[in-house]
Design a protein around this ligand. Structure first.
Ligand code: MRU
Length: 344
């Protein structure tokens, strides 16, 4: 099952807002609809939104009414801007959009551009799956038989095109026969851990326990965690890592307790143009994501409270043990290692 795919001239994606209660597919016909699905998090996870945006540009090319090549390229640039603006932190989104635009600009024949963009989007989606499998192999070498792994947010098939990054590592280790257990952070406020990671692990038959985010420190201090594996939305050139809000706290507590902390990322998540984590834009999301939760059917906060809801945080590289990629594990000093894996 792919989280996003091209189907009969439309972009089809699983509506992650409804999981795990309901599995429903959305069929989208315009780049604007794809941008809305990304903004409203019907699809989420850095590699998945990159692939969705790529298919969104393929839609824009098919629907353009511009007769000339220059007109079509202008339509594509406008669609690219809308898609790119949907969410600011995950670099995979602008990476995918830039790749598709480059492909369009390299095609001299206007009539050939729609098919070329669809082929490019398909290739990008297929590569994502292949990359995750390689990443899974590299990461699984870090997992010992009997390990308990702490995991944050959702980094599985749903967050990618298929297979997953950190969850792909967990999946590979499990498929290799290692007896592992996963502690799943519920991941407030949108509960990607409780709703999505727990759903995926259940389907895969991988043993796990769901914990409140606030419990992670307790499990680490009491020796019940061997390894912390997370994904990332952007890795800066110096190795600083932006990921789902709450990741920073995990990394600090992991280091304080001598527990290795590894972000697992495709190289498309490494942004050498961003010098440090301070340069990564952090998305601020609507207040109702925090307040709309209910406790036993009742509001969890008084009406009208002021809310801050940053969706991501930055973990400085000094807390990162290593960064797992499809081209191997990068260890400090990160600047040179990241340049090497991105370079090829
Ligand atoms: O806000 P989300 O759900 O899109 O955030 C997702 C994450 O933070 C993931 O850890 C990250 O995108 C990596 S997914 C392979």
């Amino acid at each position: 099952m792919r989280s996003v795919e091209w189907h009969a001239g439309r972009v089809r994606l699983i509506d992650q807002r409804l999981l795990p209660a309901e599995v429903r597919w959305l069929e989208l016909e315009t780049a604007e609809e794809v941008a809305r699905a990304i903004r409203e998090m019907a699809i989420r996870g850095a590699p998945a939104i990159g692939a969705a945006a790529a298919f969104g540009l393929a839609l824009a090319a098919r629907r353009s009414r511009s007769a000339s090549r220059a007109g079509l390229l202008n339509d594509l640039r406008a669609a690219a801007e809308t898609l790119r603006a949907a969410r600011p932190t995950a670099v995979n989104l602008s990476w995918a959009v830039a790749r598709l635009l480059r492909r369009a600009e390299s095609e001299p024949d206007r009539a050939a551009i729609p098919a070329a963009l669809l082929a490019e989007a398909q290739a990008l989606a297929d590569e994502d799956v292949a990359v995750n499998r390689r990443l899974g192999e590299h990461g699984a070498a870090l997992v010992q038989d009997g390990d308990t792994i702490l995991h944050h947010c959702n980094t599985g098939a749903l967050a990618t095109v298929d297979y997953g990054t950190a969850l792909g590592v967990i999946r590979t280790a499990y498929e290799q026969g290692k007896r592992i257990h996963v502690l799943v952070d519920e991941t407030r406020p949108r509960l990607q851990g409780a709703r999505l990671t727990a759903w995926e692990l259940q389907q895969l038959g991988i043993p796990f326990t769901l914990i409140a985010d606030n419990a992670a420190g307790h499990f680490m201090r009491t020796g019940q965690v061997n390894l912390v594996l997370v994904g990332a939305d952007r890795v800066a050139a110096n190795g600083d890592v932006a990921n789902k809000i709450g990741t920073y706290k995990l990394a600090v507590v992991a280091q304080a307790n001598g527990i290795p902390f590894y972000p697992c990322v495709p190289t498309s998540t490494i942004d050498l143009a961003t010098a440090t984590g301070d340069d990564i834009p952090i998305e601020e999301r609507p207040a109702d994501e925090v307040t709309a939760l209910t406790y036993r059917g009742r509001p969890i906060a008084p009406a009208g409270v002021t809310v801050a809801n940053p969706a991501f945080d930055v973990t400085p590289h000094r807390y990162v043990t290593g960064i797992v990629t499809e081209r191997g594990v990068v260890y400090p000093p990160f600047a040179a290692g990241l340049r090497r894996v991105v370079g090829g």
